[in-house]
Design a protein around this ligand. Structure first.
Ligand code: CIR
Length: 253
């Protein structure tokens, strides 16, 4: 059960952020509106939402999931893999200090981004990707072990972050696409498969009794409804253009 979330408003320089997509430049005003709707959705799931002001030094800083990993007992401040994003973690650490006694840090040469960390019950799946390197993953494994959590390394080849290709719905279910469909690391979970054409909808977000999904992906929507979940659909076009999904926009704890 989550009770809190931290989000960060969209920077005016948002369109200067990193992206691999060819969907065109994002519209700042529309991104702000979509972000406001996202905050309302978190509140409607019962969360107390802390909204940090935009950080104009960092175009990608609205994607607050990447600079930290939060659990019920401790938080980890990451060393981001993207050079242009290094430093975003400073304000996030300050915000988390009011909530956590136990705060750990990923140090150079290790890099970790929260989009690569999939938390399922007492287990963490750590994507080793272009953003989370092997040294960072090893530091994380040691930290998780210190707090009695298990962890598994999962190489990420096809996707940007691990959670671009696989997310957790609760009730022993995952949502997966591409290289994570029938992946041995997730063999014990029931699978909701996402078709290649709807790949972006894989990054959905279970919060308490609801599942947030991006609008415009009817097959995936129906599969999640058929599995018995209550959904909230959100317009995410301006975040998709910058490779961001629903999980990326908040830290939940
Ligand atoms: C980046 O490339 O870092 C941002 N444009 C998108 C980050 C998305 N974050 C996430 O998937 N957790």
């Amino acid at each position: 059960m989550f009770t809190r979330a931290i989000v960060r408003e969209v920077s005016k320089k948002y369109e200067q952020g990193l992206t691999t997509s060819s969907l065109g430049a994002p519209n700042y005003e529309l991104a702000r509106q979509q972000h406001a709707d996202y905050i309302e959705a978190l509140k409607s799931c019962g969360l107390d939402v802390t909204v940090l002001p935009a950080d104009e030094r960092y175009p990608d800083s609205t994607f607050v999931e990447d600079p930290a990993i939060v659990t019920s007992r401790f938080a980890i401040i990451n060393n981001l893999g993207a050079t242009t994003r290094k430093g975003e973690e400073v304000d996030i650490a300050a915000a988390l200090r009011t909530h956590y006694e136990n705060i750990e840090y990923i140090r150079e040469p290790g890099t970790v981004e929260g989009g690569d960390i999939l938390h399922i019950e007492d287990h963490f799946y750590i994507g080793v990707s272009s953003r989370t390197n092997e040294n960072g993953a090893a530091q994380l494994q040691a930290l998780f072990a210190k707090y009695d959590y298990e962890s598994t390394l999962v190489p990420v080849q096809q996707f940007f972050h691990l959670k671009t290709g696989v997310t957790w719905l609760g009730n022993n279910r995952i949502v997966a696409t591409g290289e994570f469909v029938n992946h041995p690391a997730f063999a014990n979970f029931e699978l909701i498969m996402v078709d290649k054409k709807e790949e972006y909808a894989t990054n959905c977000l279970r919060i308490n009794q609801h599942v947030l999904i991006p609008r415009g992906f009817p097959k995936t929507r129906q599969r999640i409804l058929d599995a018995g979940y209550t959904i909230i659909e959100l317009d995410m076009s301006e975040f998709q253009k910058q490779d961001g999904g629903l999980t990326c926009l908040s830290l939940r704890f």
